[in-house]
Ligand binder design. Structure first.
Ligand SMILES: [Zn+2]
Length: 138
């Protein structure tokens, strides 16, 4: 399926075993891998647990909150569609469940973003097929 109406980049070449993550975004209830052996949550999806090396896992819901670990403000974006929204902030978030995620920050003046700022997951339904994860102030 081609999403020609959306001008920004969409995931391509996603391994089928990553699909539960994308399905959870579409359901607006983000899930990440949970190791079946030690219980560690992991993101991005990986084939083995980096804590105990188990290959067994399930997909578990997470607390959709965290704090800004670091960030950057994009002033020169990669494509015209992104440039139309510049400046905007990309945030690297230390999630309350102990791993980190990177995404765009919405509903915030990029100049107001601060390290340590509390944020929560937001969902952007960009096409009928794809929902993207973003963050917004908590
Ligand atoms: Zn493990």
């Amino acid at each position: 399926m081609t999403d020609i109406a959306y001008a920004k980049l969409l995931p391509e070449g996603i391994p089928s075993w990553h699909q539960p993550y994308w399905d959870s975004l579409k359901a607006h209830s983000v899930k990440v891998q949970k190791c079946s052996s030690c219980g560690a949550l992991r993101y991005v999806p990986k084939e083995i647990c980096n804590k105990c090396l188990s290959t067994a896992y399930s997909w578990a819901p997470i607390r959709p909150t965290g704090e800004v670990y670091t960030y950057t403000i994009v002033r020169r974006a990669p494509t015209a569609a992104y440039q139309a929204e510049a400046p905007y902030a990309l945030v690297h978030v230390a999630m309350d469940d102990g791993f980190r995620m990177i995404a765009a920050m919405k509903n915030a003046d990029p100049e107001s973003v601060r390290i340590g700022q509390r944020v929560k997951v937001a969902y952007e339904d960009v096409t009928p097929q794809w929902t993207l994860l973003q963050f917004e102030p908590a």
